[in-house]
Write a protein that binds this ligand. Structure first.
Ligand SMILES: Cc1ncc(C[n+]2csc(CCOP(=O)(O)OP(=O)(O)O)c2C)c(N)n1
Ligand code: SF4
Ligand SMILES: [Mg+2]
Length: 293
């Protein structure tokens, strides 16, 4: 579990792309306490991106990648949408699945990795948009949770289909008018965190990315719990600034406004007793290891 995994064979060092050499020299792979604070000083596993300038998905990606507890043994599964634009620039193994199939792919992958590497921790993390998670992929999302597949599902909720120009999604708020949904949403935003809880997820969080330390905490909790306890689900508000008519500097304020008390992205967390106990035991054993001679 270290940089050895990405080390370059000395004979090829000078012909490798500078980005790769940079990754080998500056990545936080193998660092025990890696987290969002590494961003800016070390390689945060993302070079560039082709998202719109100021798109909150980009900073969400940076926080998530910087917080993965085990990046060298993590496989991310993406789906079509704006989220998928980032994956080609990410220094973590990833699979692009057919739109909506991400949780089915992740189920097979996690099972195969457990058989192939029984003594090694292998994390699988799905990251897809709301259209992929809640609309077209809902069946796959729910069935993975029903079967208690041990991986984390992250939904970047921007409340519409951004990549195809702004169609209505199940997570869109009631009454919202989008470029390709001119009539306005007639139904309430689907309460997916509650559905996730009912469907067997042991840890469910809904939040924005306005607070990087919070994002780091929930990412680490979700991935660690998914290894041993059961499926975990994070729904993260990453507003599509283009579709809601904000400029590139306004994404952060939009997230802050939407997480106020009574607003639809007010922090929400659900954790089972078993998951709580698991995290508490882990914390206690870390403290014990620190004081041990
Ligand atoms: C099987 C399939 N159906 C439909 C599409 C068209 N399509 C591409 S992206 C997209 C919407 C993505 O919305 P969402 O999952 O919310 O991601 P966002 O772009 O908002 O990040 C759709 C319908 C496709 N590429 N493949
Ligand atoms: S269309 Fe919206 S979600 Fe997609 S990259 Fe642009 S701002 Fe981000
Ligand atoms: Mg979307």
């Amino acid at each position: 579990m270290s940089k050895e995994k990405i080390a370059i064979c000395p004979e090829f060092y000078d012909i490798m792309p500078p980005e790769y050499r940079d990754l080998v020299e500056q990545s936080t792979y193998g660092k025990e306490d890696r987290g969002w604070k590494d961003i800016g000083q070390s390689k945060e596993l993302i070079e560039e991106h082709s998202l719109c300038a100021g798109c909150p998905e980009s900073i969400a990606f940076r926080y998530i990648l910087a917080s993965l507890p085990n990046p060298e043994d993590t496989v991310m599964v993406g789906s079509t949408g704006c989220t998928s634009l980032v994956f080609p620039h990410v220094a973590v193994h990833n699979i692009h699945s057919l739109f909506g199939n991400q949780n089915a792919i992740a189920s097979g992958l996690k099972r195969a990795l457990s058989v192939r590497f029984p003594n090694r921790i292998k994390d699988v993390v799905v990251l897809a948009g709301d259209g992929a998670t809640v609309d077209i992929g809902l069946d796959m999302t729910l069935q993975a949770w029903f079967r208690q597949e041990k991986f984390t599902t992250i939904c970047f909720d921007n409340e519409l289909y951004a990549n195809t120009g702004g169609q209505e999604s199940g997570l869109m708020q009631k009454g919202f008018v989008a470029k390709m949904a001119p009539v306005g949403k007639k139904f309430e935003k689907v309460n997916l965190p509650e559905i996730a809880r009912e469907s067997g997820c042991c840890y469910v969080v809904m939040c924005t990315v306005s607070k990087p330390n919070l994002v780091e905490k929930v990412i680490k909790n979700a991935i660690i719990l998914a290894r041993e306890v059961g499926p975990t689900y994070l729904q993260i508000y990453t507003p599509c600034i283009l579709e809601i008519g904000k400029d590139s500097m306004e994404g952060l304020q939009e997230m802050r406004d939407s997480e106020r008390p009574g607003e639809r992205f007010k922090y929400k967390e659900y954790i089972t007793d078993e998951a709580k106990k698991y995290l508490a035991e882990l914390e206690a054993s870390k403290k014990e290891a620190l004081v041990a001679p």
